[in-house]
Design a binder for this molecule. Structure first.
Ligand SMILES: N[C@@H](CCC(=O)N[C@@H](CS)C(=O)NCC(=O)O)C(=O)O
Length: 228
């Protein structure tokens, strides 16, 4: 059975289930998803949204993501049943649950670390990412100061970096457990950008600096988390 992908998408194609499609763009939230899929060697179709032309605000895409943002996924099983999801944190958890069968980069519900993994993943997504997203967009894309001024963003970032640094010291250099997992992948995408856009120095946060180097040195992570 071949399925016509989402109705109205001008680049829709007939695809043979099962398949996984990732709607994304050149942004850290999208890089989180593609990084995990590459680490897991999961085949996926990349639907690059032309955000400059507002493709992510078109009616057909709003049926996938009602707020017109990236990333989102459409995961179709062998029988043609489709799961459509948006929000990078929940997409990471869904993909880990379905495709990380050996639990190399995630903890499952039978582990006491499962909820800690979700806690740090969501903390980054809810607290750090909106600050860095605004800073990134204004400073690096529009080349202007963010609303309220850059200092407010630096202050908030330093507050979050202290939380991160304390956690990494407390947990021997990892947010959760003792190796790379979806919490790290979720957190690092925007943190890397903030260091660039806000000119944050990590000298006062040595555990974060050390973690960032260790994670980006892992084969396939450094390049992918920056969009390569
Ligand atoms: N909390 C969402 C944030 C998604 C988001 O803000 N995506 C940005 C790119 S990083 C976007 O699509 N911005 C375009 C817009 O808001 O018009 C997630 O984690 O997926």
């Amino acid at each position: 059975m071949a399925l016509e992908e989402i109705e109205g998408d001008p680049h829709s194609t007939q695809l043979q289930p099962p398949y996984l499609k990732v709607y994304t763009g050149p942004t850290p939230n999208g890089f989180k998803i593609t990084t995990l899929l590459k680490l897991l060697n999961v085949e996926f179709q990349r639907r690059e949204m032309d955000m400059g032309k507002g493709e992510h605000k078109q009616p057909w895409y709003l049926k996938i993501h009602p707020d017109g943002r990236v990333p989102a996924i459409s995961d179709v099983d062998v029988d043609g049943n489709r799961t459509v999801l948006f929000e990078s944190a929940i997409i990471l958890e869904y993909l880990a649950d379905k495709y990380d069968t050996e639990r190399k980069y995630s903890y499952d519900k039978s582990s006491p670390l499962y909820w800690k993994q979700m806690e740090w993943l969501v903390y980054g997504s809810a607290n750090n990412d909106p600050v860095q997203g605004a800073a990134f967009f204004h400073i690096l894309v529009l080349k202007t100061d963010p609303p309220g001024g850059k200092d407010a963003y630096v202050q908030q970032t330093n507050r979050i970096l202290k939380v991160y640094n304390d956690r990494l010291v407390e947990n021997n250099g990892w947010f959760v457990g003792d190796h790379l997992n979806i919490a790290d992948i979720g957190i690092i995408a925007f943190l890397k950008v903030s260091v660039e856009s806000l000119g944050i120095k990590l000298d006062a946060f040595p555990a974060v600096a050390d973690w960032m180097k260790r994670v980006t040195d892992i084969s396939g992570v450094g390049e992918s988390i920056s969009g390569a």
